[in-house]
Design a protein around this ligand. Structure first.
Ligand code: NAD
Length: 347
């Protein structure tokens, strides 16, 4: 039987290997590493092919493809968003992703990305927070205590110096789960009975809820001057979290406007409402936070370059480790034109 050549074997990181890698590297270290990869890639924004992600909507949720390339490597993520899934014991968001070599077109990495998406989303949020949050921020409100929430809290602790998180979810069991998971992780955790209670004294408000509708997690009167809002959950047409009046009082920062106008909180505004692109803040071309009364809003939807950065981080992190397996997923006959002969010989 023909043995696949080494270059045709694709490193595959399973869910189990991803979890082992996180324990090997350290969760916060991994978030920091992915964040610095994202920051470096945002600073070379113009070298990437960019397109809004390609969605397939259904009444049940959405399935999306998120491709990008820097001319040397190509990456894409397959991701779903099904808020009804948790009631059936399934995840709202699951994902896997692939990296490939542009020169040969051969894949160079295939990996689970459900966990990696939580890491890269938290890394992006905290990275943006570092640029936009009020100086000396110590307290974050975390509204929506589902799958992403602990990652968000720990990223803001590691990168932004957050010391206290104030948790609220409509489901008290989700808040109890989040609080239990964060115990002993170096954060003061306060559980709250309402969104209003959660935002008391918060410098940063993170909204990370899942509902396939235009929800109002924050109303205008809840948002005082000077806060930074990290709005994660509104990431699909017809799925938003904030009252439009908050948007009108805020300076709005986005990843890729062409995608955010379709999917983000700014769906509620006119098409030409001004937004600031985060890559321009990171390269110093545009100011981030200007004063301590300004409301800054990160209208996060998740962009392909963040996944590309995370994939490249993983590709490097697994080198020389046992946290992957070589996958025989590319047919690679010795004579490239004799694909048929290779099939015959396998009999
Ligand atoms: P999840 O289903 O695990 O958790 C969502 C939580 O929100 C649940 O615990 C639910 O009870 C709570 N919730 C729903 N309505 C609420 C309300 N009105 N007030 C308070 N809590 C409420 O989902 P998840 O995986 O944590 O993802 C959360 C959201 O973030 C989803 O909408 C997802 O699509 C989005 N997301 C965005 C990005 C991004 O890059 N921006 C990345 C990943 C996930």
């Amino acid at each position: 039987m023909t043995q696949p050549s080494d270059k045709a074997l694709v490193p595959f990181v399973s869910v189990d290997h991803m979890m082992q890698l996180i324990h090997h590297v350290g969760l916060e270290e991994m978030i920091l590493g992915i964040a610095s990869e994202i920051e470096a890639d945002f600073k070379r924004w113009e070298s990437f092919d960019k397109t809004p992600r390609v969605p397939a909507h259904s009444p049940h949720g959405v399935i999306e493809l998120m491709p990008t390339s820097d001319g040397e490597a190509y990456g894409f993520k397959y991701v779903n968003g099904h808020p009804k899934n948790t009631s059936e014991g399934l995840q709202t968001v699951t994902a896997f992703g692939l990296l490939a070599d542009v020169y040969t077109g051969y894949p160079t990495l295939l990996t689970e990305m459900t966990i990696l998406t939580a890491l890269r989303t938290a890394a992006t949020s905290a990275l943006v927070g570092k640029y936009l949050m009020p100086k000396g921020s110590k307290v974050m409100a975390m509204i929506g205590n589902g799958a992403q929430s602990e990652f968000q809290c720990l990223a803001f602790k590691a990168m932004c110096g957050i010391e206290t998180v104030r948790l609220y979810d409509i489901d008290p069991a989700a808040t109890a789960k989040c609080a239990a998971n964060l115990a002993g992780k170096g954060l003061t955790v306060v559980t709250c009975k309402s969104g209003e209670e959660a935002i008391e004294g918060a410098d940063i408000i993170t909204t990370c809820t899942a509902d396939k509708k235009n929800a109002t997690i924050l109303t205008d009167n809840m948002v005082g001057p000077g806060v930074h809002i990290n709005a994660i959950g509104g990431d699909c047409p017809g799925k938003t979290e904030l009252h439009a009046d908050i948007l009108r009082r805020s300076d709005i920062f986005v990843e890729y406007p062409e995608q955010t106008r379709i999917e983000g909180e700014i769906q509620a505004l006119e098409d030409d409402h001004p937004v600031i692109e985060m890559w321009q803040v990171m390269t110093g071309q545009v100011a981030g936070r200007r004063d301590d009364r300004q409301i800054t809003l990160f209208d996060s939807v998740g962009f392909a370059i963040e996944d590309f950065s995370a994939l490249r981080f993983i590709k490097r992190a697994i080198e020389g480790t046992e946290y992957f397996e070589p996958l025989d997923m590319l047919a690679d006959p010795d004579d490239p034109r004799d694909l048929f002969g290779m099939v015959q010989r396998a009999k």
